[in-house]
Design a protein around this ligand. Structure first.
Ligand code: GLA
Length: 391
């Protein structure tokens, strides 16, 4: 057990008492997406990896028909009665775990009485999937403690459903999948239509992966996100009057002329162009990484950001400052926003020798231009959600 866990356990006993009965520890990572943004709900490819930071969850079952939830990151723990279905509490962080417990209940798998304590070191609302991490920690825990024996893909789908139905964020499947299926030192090439996937080793010998947090609060993210989804659905509807189409990812760059022909609204046309070109870039990026062509991977990441900025319009001043100022610095191979956008983080590939100067210089420029302070992380790529056995 590391000291982090000792600390969490101490807090657990302080909160719930009864030191004679040990809780069980589960762990679930955050994720960063290398490329393939806003493609998941369009049936396209994504290329995320799980991080080596995430959410720890200590749980102890009780013989009372009550579930207690608390977090060291958020105020407002709650106690709810074990039930056949649960209701969301507007604005509460507990909707992520309770939404998952509700999914189990809707499948006839009632959760036992539990005492739960969460602690995460993923910055909240930064586009690194702190919510999917809480969902998947809960899913793995309830699956384990009830002996339900559901597969990881079932748990991933339940996490996504909880977020869609219970939290009200109409997300795709990428985040829960990456958090559930993460593998140390590998990125996951996932086809979000078929859910086929394969792992690609990330062996950056002369480069570092750097995540930069804009620290901009993401106000309207959910509504803007849902608006982009609706625009993509509109594009499919218009094109499918002329050409059979289930989702935009069935098209490739050779089909772009269809957008001019069949979509009169230039905004909807640009949204569709982003999805189609991004899907192609993701396929190319996987190949580039497999061929160890980091320069090409970097160029594709740059193109991805440009497309998210100009065609999909989900970047904003803070992300654009980090990316376009970052690109001027020496040793920067590629840099782009990651996650839903509108704030949150960028992911960059930087030559190792320049990592330190990148952090220093970009940090200064960013503060000068935006008045905000950026945080930088040098993450490792970690494993997916799981039970941790105490040593
Ligand atoms: C959020 C969503 C994902 C995905 C990304 C954009 O992280 O939860 O499903 O759509 O945005 O790629």
């Amino acid at each position: 057990m590391n000291t982090g866990t000792d600390f969490l356990k101490e807090e657990f006993f302080r909160l719930y008492g009864d030191r004679d009965k040990e809780p069980v520890l589960f762990y679930s990572p955050g994720r960063v997406n290398l490329i393939g943004e806003h493609t998941d709900y369009n049936g396209g490819y994504v290329f995320p990896c799980a991080l080596d930071f995430g959410t720890s969850l200590l749980v102890r079952t009780t013989d009372r028909a009550e579930i207690k939830l608390a977090s060291l990151n958020f105020t407002g723990g709650i106690a709810i009665q074990v039930a056949l279905n649960y209701l969301p509490i507007p604005g509460s962080w507990t909707n992520y775990p309770v939404g998952v417990i509700n999914e189990f209940a809707s499948q006839g798998i009632g959760a036992p009485g539990m005492e739960m304590l969460f602690y995460g070191d993923i910055p909240n609302g930064a586009g690194l999937s702190s919510s999917a991490s809480i969902e998947m920690a809960t899913a793995v825990a309830v699956n384990d403690l009830t002996g339900a024996g559901l597969s990881m893909i079932d748990l991933v789908k339940m996490g996504q459903k909880a977020e869609n139905g219970f939290v009200g964020m109409n997300c795709g499947i990428m985040d829960q999948f990456a958090v559930g299926f993460g593998m140390k030192d590998h990125a996951i090439n996932l086809n979000c239509d078929t859910l086929e996937y394969r792992y690609a080793p990330v062996k950056l010998v002369k480069h570092r992966l750097i995540i930069t947090n804009t620290n901009k609060r993401r106000g309207l993210t959910d509504s803007k996100y849902n608006e982009r989804r609706a625009e993509c659905e509109k594009a499919v509807e218009l094109i499918s009057c002329h050409h059979p189409l289930r989702n935009l990812s069935e098209l490739d760059v050779n089909d772009l002329r269809m957008l001019e022909e069949y979509i009169p609204d230039p905004v909807v046309r640009r949204r569709a162009r982003h999805v189609i070109t991004e899907n192609g870039r993701t396929v190319d990026a996987v190949r580039a990484l497999e061929n160890n062509d980091i320069d090409l991977l970097g160029r594709l990441m740059n193109d991805s950001h440009d497309s998210l900025c100009n065609d999909y319009e989900v970047t904003g001043a803070e992300l654009d400052t980090l990316v376009y100022e970052g690109r001027k610095l020496p040793g920067v191979t590629g840099t782009r926003m990651t996650g839903a956008g509108f704030g949150g983080c960028t992911v960059s590939i930087v030559e190792s020798d320049y990592a330190e100067s990148f952090i220093k210089e970009l940090g200064e420029i960013y503060t000068e231009k935006t008045g905000l302070r950026a945080d930088f992380y040098l993450p490792g790529i970690g494993d997916g959600a799981r039970r941790i056995r105490f040593a």
